[in-house]
Design a protein around this ligand. Structure first.
Ligand code: BGC
Length: 477
């Protein structure tokens, strides 16, 4: 309910129109939804440790090892692409529940995998769930959040992703003694079960989606369960009006086609560019290959798991900082600070390898780079894809952006080590630096502030940044 719990002039302080127990309820909903983010982090993080033991159990070649890691990314692209349509047809709630079941299925295949083939299948299935959930979670979170807390709740997604990564590293550490890789995967079933149970028993359908489907009374009942009756009526009327506007404008087209409407284009350009930039800035070369990189600076391999836990912890801590700041400072300042920090660190990291500044400095630059990502580009990308698209284009827009994010992740993860071999490690970091410099310019020029803004206001600001007057196209959605 981005717009649903909207601010009304003169209603007093933030959230004054939502009952305290209502706020608690929305928090619980947000937590259940964001379990999808946790699974995203856990299932992408767990494989680094599990692989060490799988490779000896099944005698895997290095190609087979990297395929076990990267097929998840292919599955994720497929999942992300399918999720938009499903979330529009079945609703956000059923889609999330179905994704939880796919998580459980993929995990079961991995836990009982008799050989390499089954491992690949399990990883693809898990990938489908990861990709689909990563597209659904921002949309659903955005639609159940009051405007004043929307940034916070959307950032919760990234917090859960980073928590998932860190917990995966710790689980790896705990089960590394006996090399129990099946147990490492099995732990992922617990949050998946919780997510399914939470979705079935706790979560309401998104009021935005209900209004889009003409189920106005049900939408009103959901809003009323956290706020007063008069408020719910006003809120639903606003959503109905918007649906009518969308029908007249871009929103009458089905699913993907809605993304081609001129009115939606600015949001799509920002969503897709940030999706690619988030990955081509190099984040997962550190998240996935930290131990290898650290070893290259001259530190011992035996410490590598320890260092990856440290990196995971910094990632998490700085995401908490972002949560505190995102609704106070706004999205743009966080993005600009984050990108500036990343740029400086990538340039320095490049030097540290090219002129060999020593392992301590390289490690320091890496840590500050991760911290800079975590305070801005990491969470704010996921925040914006929940906020920028008009309601009827939201699921499709989020799915398209998420799919591009996974495709870019796949390309960077696959190309990173070979590229570093050919042009050099430091030089590769400078390529990432160039991408980040471009992103800095792009954000300065095209990304509007969305903090405290209803969708209509966001849309006006977005159209203005692209040189279109708000009256230029059909009425905004
Ligand atoms: C990115 C992931 C990355 C993670 C690291 C997310 O925002 O989309 O690819 O692994 O941040 O924290």
């Amino acid at each position: 309910m981005v717009q649903a719990y909207s601010r009304e002039p003169g209603t007093g302080g933030p959230l004054s129109d939502i009952r305290p127990e209502g706020v608690r309820k929305i928090r619980l909903w947000a937590f259940c939804i964001a379990l999808g983010g946790f699974l995203f982090g856990y299932d992408t993080g767990v494989v680094s440790g599990a692989l060490l033991y799988i490779k000896s159990d099944f005698d895997l070649s290095s190609f087979e090892q990297s395929s076990v890691v990267s097929v998840l990314l292919i599955g994720a692209m497929i999942g992300a692409v399918s999720a938009g349509r499903m979330a529009d047809r079945l609703g956000r709630r059923k889609t999330l529940a179905a994704e939880g079941l796919v998580f459980i299925g993929g995990t079961a295949i991995l836990v009982f995998a008799p050989g390499y083939g089954a491992l690949l299948i399990g990883r693809v299935v898990l990938g489908v769930a990861v990709g689909a959930a990563s597209a659904t979670v921002p949309v659903y979170l955005s639609e159940v959040s009051p405007t004043e807390l929307r940034g916070r709740f959307l950032t919760l997604n990234q917090l859960m992703i980073t928590t998932g990564i860190l917990i995966a590293y710790l689980v790896n550490l705990a089960f590394s003694d006996g090399g129990q890789w099946r147990a490492m995967f099995a732990v992922g079933a617990v949050p998946a079960l919780l997510m399914v149970a939470g979705t079935v028993w706790l979560l309401p359908e998104s009021p935005q989606w209900l209004v889009l489907k003409g189920q106005v009374d049900k939408a009103r009942a959901v809003v009323e369960s956290v706020s007063g009756e008069a408020r719910a009526t006003r809120v639903v009327e606003q959503a109905v009006r918007r649906r009518e506007d969308e029908k007249r404008g871009a929103g009458q087209k089905e699913n993907w086609r809605v993304l081609l409407a001129p009115r939606v284009r600015p949001a799509l350009i920002v969503g897709l560019t940030l999706a690619a930039a988030q990955q081509f800035g190099g984040i997962n070369t550190i998240i996935y290959y930290a131990p290898t990189l650290i070893q290259k600076t001259g530190l011992s391999a035996s410490n590598s798991i320890f260092y990856s836990v440290a990196i995971g912890a910094i990632n998490l801590i700085m995401t908490v900082v972002a949560i505190r700041l995102v609704d106070r400072m706004g999205r743009r300042p966080l993005l600009l600070i984050s990108l500036t920090g990343m740029l400086a660190m990538l340039v320095l990291l490049g030097f540290s390898y090219v002129v060999d500044l020593g392992s301590v400095l390289s490690l320091l630059f890496m840590v500050i780079y991760i911290a800079s990502f975590a305070v801005g580009l990491g969470p704010v990308f996921w925040v914006l894809i929940g906020e920028l698209f008009q309601p009827s284009a939201r699921a499709a827009g989020s799915a398209a952006s998420t799919a591009v994010n996974w495709a870019s992740n796949f390309v960077v993860s696959l190309a990173f080590l070979p590229l570093a071999d050919v042009i050099g490690q430091g030089e590769t970091f400078w390529i990432f630096a160039a991408v980040v410099a471009f992103t800095l310019w792009f954000v300065g020029r095209y990304v509007p502030e969305t903090r405290d803004r209803e969708f209509d206001e966001v849309d006006t600001a977005l159209q203005a940044r692209f040189g279109r007057s708000p009256q230029a196209g059909p009425a905004p959605g």
